[in-house]
Design a protein. Structure first.
Length: 204
């Protein structure tokens, strides 16, 4: 038993021109693959942990044996977060449905207000991390940021949208212009997938 990367659901160049092929290739084959390899190495002596889904490990990493805690937090988080990230993007993007717009407007007034809050969170991450749209245990929407490969699932939040703002996600094309990368990324968000995750989390 070992953790493995699911195939990328589209070609490396499928998100062009918003996310370039070279960045996608390096991101998937070096960065994400690296997290998986290091997670497997760290858990080699723990077959009972290897048998669990990565999501379960990341969710409860503070309760794991100290020897593997940091590896699960960083490498496990990296594996979980990237698998999630690939899944909420699609070539050309898929527009938000009236249902999803209504859900977002109920919480953030307007869709534009939501985007502004999400962008502000993404821009304000100091160093490496992520911005997320999550469902709380009370089924409300919340925009949060996490550092490094920390994941909202550890804090009992269910992500339905997530943006990798590590420089490895955008530096080749956008250099230090993180806001330009964020602007472009909206074009490849799969809002049909976001809605599917929302409905699953809220039982609607
Ligand atoms: Fe990444």
């Amino acid at each position: 038993m070992a953790f493995t990367q699911a195939p990328l659901p589209y070609a490396f160049d499928a998100l062009e021109p918003y996310i370039d092929a070279r960045t996608m290739e390096i991101h998937y084959t070096a960065h994400h693959a690296g997290y998986v390899a290091k997670l497997n190495a760290a858990l080699e002596a723990y077959p009972e942990l290897m048998a669990q889904p990565v999501e379960a490990l990341v969710r409860s990493y503070p309760d794991l044996p100290e020897a593997v805690r940091i590896a699960v937090r960083n490498q496990g988080g990296g594996h979980y977060n990237h698998t999630f990230f690939w899944s909420i993007m699609t070539p050309g993007g898929k527009a938000e449905s009236p249902f999803m717009v209504q859900c977002i407007e109920q919480r953030f007034q307007t869709f534009k207000d939501f985007q502004k809050e999400f962008e502000a969170k993404a821009v304000s991450v100091f160093g490496s991390g992520w911005a997320w749209l999550c469902i709380t245990p009370h089924h409300t929407l919340e925009v949060v940021a996490t550092s490094n490969q920390d994941s909202p699932i550890t804090n009992d939040l269910t992500p339905i949208l997530g943006l990798d703002v590590w420089e490895h996600a955008y530096y080749l094309k956008y250099q230090s212009k993180r806001p330009s990368y964020i602007d472009a990324w909206w074009h490849v968000v799969d809002w049909a997938k976001v809605e599917e995750l929302y409905r699953a989390a809220c039982n609607t």
